[in-house]
Design a protein around this ligand. Structure first.
Ligand SMILES: NC(=O)c1ccc[n+]([C@@H]2O[C@H](COP(=O)([O-])OP(=O)(O)OC[C@H]3O[C@@H](n4cnc5c(N)ncnc54)[C@H](O)[C@@H]3O)[C@@H](O)[C@H]2O)c1
Length: 343
């Protein structure tokens, strides 16, 4: 298939580009580079027979977006493009509703005027943040959506729009709700494909930055939760396993129908356990600073991933946290300044 990947120059999108190319799809990356890196597109194709095309643009630029759909006879879209900072979404919600919802809506509109009577397949990057504070654990896909911040709400609103477009206009969809994503692709020589967020708010790269001496210590926000060691528990998935889930989900999409899948490892790790795994992978002692709880952090967020395992045969290749962390560490060591290190 001819696949357009919005946000394909970002962390997860670029890893999905690689798995799509390996599955013999033709890939066009569509990214405005507001947070992405052009170097990641070349890295995603490194060592493969084919490479991805790149179009720089915003998904809300309907003319460029529609022209791109037509020019490359696009059959399906994977929509990764979004802003991802929960904290920023609280202080600047308009930025999040505009990009993650309004611009996504504009993109959905453009799909209707794409080639062959419209593009009828979409895989959408959603998030555990749509669930809010879990009422049950592990979280299943039919858990109520009660997001507690504008980021989660903006993603939920796009999910709802996609469902309504499916009902009314025959769009087929797979909504993937990711839990915590980490690691880097071991397939790319020299660990040349990885996570380069600026700012970085995710736990594992922040712990690794502390291990590398780039920050004085890693903050632990709350040590009195009702968990096995008092710190928050989260569910981590390797970015290559997540990328494979996209390839599998795409293959099953039917016009006008859709499915929602959680993507997590079904195993929770506490903040202290993550720090210990990072110490093991790096061979360094990582200084910690214990701080009060942050508002809005649930004690435990763990996915049930039974559905995607049963229905799509998804089996993570890298189920253990230590492997994920060691891949992330190799990327950070070889690219201490992210993609700027490759320039
Ligand atoms: N990183 C995680 O742990 C995580 C967890 C759950 C869900 N998600 C979702 O996964 C997706 C990808 O996350 P990521 O970590 O790769 O983020 P990222 O910031 O690395 O990638 C997002 C990409 O989208 C591009 N982009 C943003 N708005 C755009 C627009 N309007 N038009 C064109 N390009 C645009 C950016 O330049 C960037 O390259 C997001 O939708 C995010 O909500 C991520």
């Amino acid at each position: 298939m001819n696949i357009l990947v919005t946000g394909g120059a970002g962390y997860i999108g670029s890893h999905a580009v690689r798995q799509l190319l390996k599955a013999s799809h033709s890939v066009v990356v569509y990214d405005d580079l507001s947070h992405g890196h052009k170097e990641s597109i070349a890295a995603a194709s490194s060592g493969l027979k084919t490479s991805a095309e790149f179009v720089q643009g915003n998904v809300a630029d309907s003319k460029l977006f529609t022209d791109t759909l037509n020019r490359y006879s696009i059959d399906a879209v994977m929509h990764f493009a979004a802003f991802i900072e929960v904290g920023e979404s609280v202080v600047d919600p308009e930025k999040y509703y505009r990009n993650n919802f309004t611009n996504a809506l504009s993109m959905l509109h453009s799909l209707r005027s794409g080639p062959k009577n419209g593009v009828k397949k979409i895989v959408f990057s959603s998030t555990a943040a749509t669930y809010g504070n879990p009422l049950t654990s592990p979280i299943q896909e039919d858990h109520p959506l009660l997001p507690i911040n504008p980021y989660g709400r903006s993603k939920m609103m796009t999910e709802l729009a996609i469902r309504d477009f499916a009902h009314a206009y025959g769009l087929g969809f797979a909504i993937l709700r990711y839990f915590n994503v980490a690691g880097a692709s071991p397939e790319v020589e020299g660990f040349g494909l990885g996570e380069a967020h600026e700012p970085e708010s995710h736990l594992i790269p922040r712990v690794l930055a502390a291990a590398a001496g780039k920050s004085a210590a890693i903050g632990i926000f709350g040590t009195d939760y009702d968990t096995r060691d008092g710190t928050c528990i989260r569910d981590y998935v390797h970015v290559d396993d997540l990328a494979m889930a996209h390839v599998l989900a795409l293959a099953k999409i039917q016009d006008g129908k859709g499915e929602v899948y959680n993507i997590g490892s079904q195993n929770g790790f506490s903040v202290r356990e993550v720090i210990r795994a990072c110490e093991k992978a790096t061979g360094k002692t990582i200084p910690v600073e214990e701080k009060p709880r942050r508002a809005g952090d649930p004690a435990t967020l763990v996915a049930s991933s039974d559905k995607i395992r049963k229905e799509l045969g998804w089996t993570p290749k890298y189920p253990d946290l230590e492997t994920t962390v060691s891949h992330a560490w190799k990327w950070h060591q070889s690219h201490p300044m992210g993609y700027k290190s490759s320039r």
